[in-house]
Ligand binder design. Structure first.
Ligand SMILES: Nc1ncnc2c1ncn2[C@@H]1O[C@H](COP(=O)(O)OP(=O)(O)OP(=O)(O)O)[C@@H](O)[C@H]1O
Ligand SMILES: [Mg+2]
Length: 1073
């Protein structure tokens, strides 16, 4: 039933989750860790807590593929990994709107800083993408190298040990895209600036600057590359194997650029770093004054000068501040000289302050850049990477503070996991056997108690008037804390430690949760006071350097504050307090880092060292509580809400109390009873895998539900669309009906008026009819009366009346009879019915004439234009020749064709037709009569609108072209021959050749056309047609007479022309039959 695809149980080396360890003993616990460590499994769970062992070498488990593998997967689904925790935290932040914090604890070198970076890079990889988001991510990630360069250093425990505490809030919007962040820093270990324990280094940045900066930059900063030139840099471990300071310097500069530092800001920062190095080189020598006071003098002023040049400080001002100290009290100013020791103290204090203030400024400046822009509510993921618990040979104020901080973190872990868990079981009434665990609240109390806590007493000592030394502080502790079970001191009243030689006289020891730590009191008071002589801060304020001025605001003489600034311990306690309450509002995720050996070496698992850490981290208790308890709990309401879809009875609504609903749900899902318990307000699920099973089921169910919802939504959408359409249809229809009814009623109204009007009209008509009827009846009546009276006079007129009637009757019959007997419509139809009565003679003839005219008119009206022209020609021919020439009657039937030759189509005459540019109206072959013998020779005769053309019939060669204007007349006989003469005007151009005597078969047509054309032209005189049986023809010089005679029968039926003499041509024409 609890099948899952993958699980942390698959391919497990040892046990992935210590909760599953069997049997659970310290040995088996360590063995399990070792086994996993030997197989490169550095992560192991205790429930949801991740134990991380430092591998001290890079493992291939942080690749992008791994990120994808862990992305959106259930925590218990894959083998333990820091990515699983990061994913879980990120998803519950994004999906459940719970602010998260990731608490990374462990001692120095255990891998906290690395873990925090892994978490950040994982979140950056899985959260949203986009130009803006990527910029934010990049800035957040790049803040790390900057802060590490300035805040980390090589210690004996860790080559890259964080010397400050860091808490970073990453802010996200509702989608889970990063908006920005806020970094809080906690107490930088600034004593390191001036002095480093053996085998350790100053902060990385000093070494990075000297090895990585260009010659040019170094020159500007007045620095030399050689570390040994600087007092503040320890020499014995100046280079660290595996650390490339020069390359890191470039990384840091690049990171600063990405975060948003301006070029001049970076320069200022480096100037300050250089100034600190210079400061360390300033040395003092004693000089006795005549008044017996010891004074100090600066040995070699060159470094001082260069430092002052770098920071824009007047050398004399700083020189004075190193020689005198001014104490102001109530309007009084007292200056005392500083001896050599005091001068060194002042120098170091200035260096420490310069550096630590620079560091705080860096954090503020980074915050400015990475600050979230949007003001909207955002979700927060806090990542805490604080310096780990540390025990050195020589532990001072810094270690005390660091360890106090770790105590507090342990406290919050206990609060939130162990105690809270057990208390919850009791509260919920879950059967529970109490698990013993060490609660370190008592140690926290020893340090931070407001009345008699160590910090409170240190503050009291610092503020007390009179001589205050570290010894007086220890005395105080010895009296007040002597009885505390975690406080140990040789001189305390607690007799137990009187002979404890491991406890030197100037020390006290605290039994921290992680072990006993011996603190040397030397420097506690000074470090807590954190005093910087006012002369120095004022000298700094006077600097002509914007950054330095900002860092020493208290040096402003206008704002002299006589009150003591809060002590370092007080400030730290306050900021830790704020941090703790901040963490308590968030959902915690724990990464507990363990270092496997003290040698920074891979593959070495020092069992006793790990055992020690496991013990003080309370890991065993953690497992026990976890095993005795339940992996997961949830209030009934949200539980039911989350899983109710897994059971029909609870889905979609459960009516009863939530607890019952959850019970039904669990029974229905057949989860074994031992896997869960019902508390008062929560259900407790023992095994993570049960939860995972529920989640898996839910996921499946959600997919089904999504489909269902989609289906219903689509149905709903369609239906609502349909309903809308239906509703609209009703509205439209109702409006239409309303409109139609209105229209109808309007129509009806009109109809009614119309109807009434018609009725009225009807009535009026009826009335009028009645009146008419009355008149008619009256008239008839009168008529009858009158006729009766006059009847006797009628007979006398009867004859005439009968005659008229008869005539009318006959006429009627005649007209009707004629109508039915009318002849055809042909104009040449000569028939006409016979007249019935002679008295109708005139009428009958007249009717015939009228009918004929009408018929002709009808006939004419059908003519087309061409036909009309033809008839007009015919008419003209009749006018010219009818009864004048005997040839005429035979021409009536011949159609006037005009073009008998089709000159234009005949290729033979092509030349001719192109010479005649006018339209050819007539083309025929004629005989030109030779005057010499009277014989004819054929010629082409062409007539155009303007010319008469004669041409050779065979060749088409032009013989004569006579303009019509040159023609005087045409002569022809009155007989049936086709002879005619074209007479030319005397004196015209054509007359030179003489007249033409021609004979043609189409004489009538030819002459008619000639006449017609000449009569049509307005500018010409009419052509004369002479019809005579004897006429003169002018042949060149001579005039010849042409005479027509009746031919004798021997000539046959043809016309012949004979020359009789020089002046006579005789044409004999057969007699017309
Ligand atoms: N997951 C890891 N993979 C590889 N190397 C690691 C890993 N975690 C830590 N280391 C190595 O251990 C060194 C110390 O780790 P880190 O600086 O994180 O310790 P720390 O707990 O922050 O110590 P401190 O409290 O001193 O700051 C790192 O410089 C790195 O070389
Ligand atoms: Mg660290």
């Amino acid at each position: 039933m609890m099948e899952v695809k993958t699980s942390l149980l698959d391919n497990m080396i040892g046990v992935g989750d210590m909760v599953l360890l069997e049997p659970l003993t310290e040995d088996s616990f360590l063995e399990n860790l070792k086994k996993r460590f030997d197989h490169n499994e550095i992560y192991t769970y205790i429930g949801s807590v991740v134990i991380s062992l430092n591998p001290y070498r890079s493992l291939p488990i942080y690749t992008p593929d791994k990120v994808e593998e862990y992305r959106n997967r259930n925590f218990y689904e894959l083998s333990p990994h820091i990515y699983a925790l990061a994913d879980e935290a990120y998803r519950s932040l994004r999906d459940q709107d719970k602010d998260q914090c990731i608490l990374i604890t462990g001692e120095s070198g255990a891998g906290k800083t690395e873990a925090s970076k892994l978490v950040m890079s994982y979140v950056a990889a899985v959260c949203g993408k986009g130009q803006e988001v990527n910029k934010v991510k990049e800035q957040l990630l790049q803040s790390n190298p900057v802060l590490e360069a300035f805040g980390n250093a090589k210690t004996v425990r860790n080559d890259n040990s964080s010397r400050f505490g860091k808490y970073m809030d990453i802010e996200f919007d509702f989608k889970g895209d990063p908006l920005g962040g806020v970094i809080s820093n906690y107490l930088l270990e600034k004593s390191r600036v001036v002095k480093q324990p053996r085998g350790e280094r100053n902060f990385h940045i000093f070494y990075q600057l000297l090895s990585g900066a260009s010659d040019d930059t170094l020159k500007k900063l007045k620095l030399e590359r050689d570390f040994s030139k600087y007092n503040y840099l320890s020499l014995d471990s100046a280079t660290v194997s595996g650390l490339d300071d020069a390359a890191n310097f470039r990384t840091v500069r690049n990171a600063m650029q990405i975060v948003g530092f301006m070029e001049d800001e970076m320069q200022s920062v480096l100037e300050l770093v250089a100034a600190v190095l210079k400061l360390g080189n300033i040395e003092f020598k004693p000089e006795s004054r005549c008044n017996g006071m010891d004074e100090s003098r600066i040995k070699d002023k060159n470094d001082l000068k260069e430092m002052c040049e770098l920071l824009g400080i007047e050398q004399s001002v700083l020189e004075r501040a190193f020689s005198y100290r001014t104490v102001e009290a109530k309007m009084e100013k007292v200056s005392t000289t500083l001896n050599v020791a005091q001068a060194y103290y002042a120098r170091d204090a200035l260096a420490k302050n310069l550096y630590s203030r620079l560091f705080s400024w860096l954090v503020t400046r980074i915050n400015e850049s990475i600050k979230a822009q949007a003001k909207t509510r955002h979700k927060v993921m806090g990542v805490l990477d604080i310096y780990g618990f540390e025990i050195f040979e020589d532990n001072s104020f810094e270690q005390f503070i660091i360890n106090y901080c770790n105590e507090k973190l342990q406290q919050i872990f206990i609060e939130l996991t162990l105690r809270e868990e057990q208390e919850e079981y009791i509260r919920e009434g879950i059967e529970w056997t109490n698990i013993e665990y060490f609660n370190n609240a008592v140690i926290c109390d020893l340090i931070e108690n407001n009345q008699n806590g160590i910090l409170a007493m240190l503050d009291e000592e610092c503020l007390r008037p009179g001589t205050v030394t570290d010894e007086t502080f220890l005395d105080k502790l010895n009296t007040i804390c002597a009885d505390h079970q975690h406080f140990e001191s040789r001189l305390s009243k607690n007799s137990k430690f009187l002979n404890d030689h491991s406890l030197p006289h100037n020390c006290f020891r605290i039994q921290h949760y992680a072990g006993k730590v011996l603190y040397r009191v030397e420097g506690f008071v000074d470090k807590n006071n954190d005093l910087l002589y006012r002369d120095l801060s004022q000298a700094m304020y006077k600097a002509n350097h914007s950054l330095i001025k900002q860092l020493f605001p208290e040096g402003n003489p206008v704002k002299v504050n006589l009150k003591r600034p809060p002590t370092a311990g007080f400030q730290f306690k306050a900021s830790v307090g704020t941090l703790m309450s901040n963490l308590q509002t968030k959902n915690p995720n724990y990464i507990r880092c363990i270092k496997p050996n003290d040698k920074k070496a891979s593959h070495i698992f020092n069992e006793s060292l790990v055992c020690h850490q496991a013990r003080y981290l309370g890991l065993m208790e953690n497992v026990r509580v976890r095993r005795a308890g339940y992996a997961f709990r949830q209030a009934y309401e949200p539980c039911l809400e989350r899983y109710k879809m897994l059971c029909k009875n609870t889905w979609p609504h459960w009516k009863g109390p939530a607890r019952q609903g959850v019970e039904v749900l669990m029974t229905n899902l057949q989860v074994p009873a031992e896997e869960y318990s019902y508390g008062r307000s929560k259900i407790f699920i023992r095994n993570p895998r049960t939860l995972f099973f529920l989640e898996e089921k839910r996921k499946q169910c959600l997919e089904d539900l999504a489909t269902l919802i989609q289906k219903i939504y689509r149905g709903w959408k369609c239906r609502s669309h349909f309903l809308l359409l239906k509703k609209s249809q009703i509205v439209v229809a109702s409006w239409y009906r309303r409109y139609a009814v209105r229209l109808l009623s309007k129509l009806l109204k009109h109809e009614m008026y119309f109807f009434q009007a018609r009725k009225l009209l009807r009535e009026l008509k009826y009335q009028k009819k009645c009146e008419e009827a009355v008149t008619t009846i009256a008239a008839f009546w009168h008529g009858t009366q009158v006729r009766r009276e006059y009847r006797k006079f009628f007979r006398a007129n009867a004859g005439k009346k009968i005659y008229n009637f008869t005539i009318q009757r006959i006429m009627q019959k005649y007209f009707l009879g004629l109508k039915s007997k009318l002849p055809s419509m042909s104009p040449i139809d000569k028939t006409w019915p016979a007249r019935p009565y002679s008295f109708l003679d005139g009428v009958h003839a007249e009717l015939r004439r009228i009918f004929h005219l009408w018929r002709c008119k009808k006939y004419r009206s059908q003519f087309t234009e061409e036909k009309k022209a033809v008839y007009e020609e015919k008419l003209e021919a009749s006018e010219l020749f009818k009864d004048k020439k005997a040839l005429y009657p035979s021409s009536v039937r011949q159609p006037f064709k005009g073009d008998y030759l089709e000159i234009s189509k005949n290729p033979k005459y092509q030349k001719l037709s192109s010479a005649v540019d006018e339209k050819i109206l007539l083309a025929d072959v004629v005989n030109k009569i030779n005057r010499a013998n009277g014989k004819g020779s054929p010629r082409l005769f062409l007539l155009t609108k303007k010319n008469v053309v004669l041409a050779d019939q065979k060749t088409g060669q032009l013989k004569a072209n006579v303009p019509l204007t040159d023609l005087a007349s045409v002569s022809t006989s009155s007989q049936t021959d086709g002879f005619f003469a074209l007479k030319l005007k005397e004196g015209s151009a054509s007359a030179i050749k003489g007249d033409f005597l021609l004979s043609s078969d189409h004489l009538i047509e030819m002459i008619t056309k000639l006449h017609r054309i000449s009569s049509m032209a307005a500018d010409r005189e009419k052509l004369n047609i002479d019809i005579l049986d004897e006429f003169l023809v002018q042949f060149k010089q001579d005039k010849v007479c042409v005479k027509f005679i009746q031919g004798s029968p021997k000539n046959g039926n043809s016309v012949s022309c004979k020359r009789k003499n020089n002046r006579l041509l005789e044409v004999s024409v057969p007699a017309s039959s």
